[in-house]
Design a protein around this ligand. Structure first.
Ligand code: SF4
Length: 249
């Protein structure tokens, strides 16, 4: 009878039959079935967070912003006095979909001149650490809490951090990495909102808005204290285990 409600089981059966027929006709026509296109698109919008047991736990992407949007918003920033003193803004660089983001303190002299993060001696050491992880700089994303160099490489001031940190938060939101590696005291304390010393923070994962954050020593500290490289390597190995799914996320 026209207008009568159909049995939900019959409707489901019809739907399955129609999907099966669509897939078969796509296959017969030598096309990728519509269903697989949909699956690929859905897969591109989720990130695997645990592959240890072969069962993928999928978490929806939180990428609503792009790094381009954030850079545009930053513009010729003068939100704090460092804006007048810089040669270049050092926004950050690397893979916009990186699984891991390294966050340092602030640009130094080389970075200020080149407009790129971690390109001086400490940067070269960071590059070696990344390569020891079996990655390239272009696989990861590298940035700092401050985007402009404090004069004489002095410590960042609270008002400068307060002015600049929202940009970092948006960068992290745009990238949505699985792990953040906070390099040194300022990065770790700023992101974790704590005064706990880096010696106590490092070596353990901390929660940062649902992202695993591992604090470790800054490469510049390692240049002055090479004995601490062993601890950094231990921290980095934990990150590698997290990324490979050997540690539950
Ligand atoms: S340090 Fe950050 S907030 Fe200050 S001027 Fe530079 S980009 Fe803007």
């Amino acid at each position: 009878m026209e207008g009568a409600k159909r049995n939900p089981a019959d409707e489901l059966l019809d739907l399955v039959r129609s999907l099966k027929s669509q897939i078969q006709s796509d296959i017969d026509a030598g096309k990728t079935p519509t269903y697989l296109h949909m699956k690929a698109e859905a897969a591109a919008d989720v990130k695997s967070t645990g592959e240890k047991s072969g069962v993928q736990i999928l978490k929806p992407s939180r990428r609503t912003l792009t790094l381009g949007d954030v850079k545009k918003e930053l513009g010729d920033c003068q939100r704090c006095p460092l804006g007048r003193l810089r040669t270049n803004i050092v926004f950050g660089e690397g893979n916009p979909k990186a699984e891991i983001v390294f966050v340092g303190e602030a640009p130094g002299g080389d970075e200020d001149i080149q407009g790129r993060p971690f390109v001086g001696r400490a940067g070269q050491l960071l590059t070696k650490i990344i390569e020891a992880m079996g990655l390239k700089r272009t696989d990861v994303y590298i940035c700092n809490i401050l985007k402009c160099r404090p004069p004489g490489n002095r410590n960042p001031r609270p008002e400068e951090i307060a002015a600049c940190e929202p940009i970092l938060v948006k960068q992290l939101e745009a990238i949505n990495p699985r792990v953040i590696c906070a390099l040194g005291t300022f990065a770790a304390r700023t992101l974790l909102k704590t005064d706990v010393p880096i010696t106590l923070l490092r070596g353990k994962f901390h929660a940062y808005h649902g992202i695993q954050l591992m604090p470790t020593y800054h490469p510049a500290y390692l240049l002055r204290n090479p004995g601490a490289k062993k601890q950094v390597w231990e921290d980095v190995q934990k990150i590698m285990k997290m990324l490979s799914g050997q540690i539950a996320q």
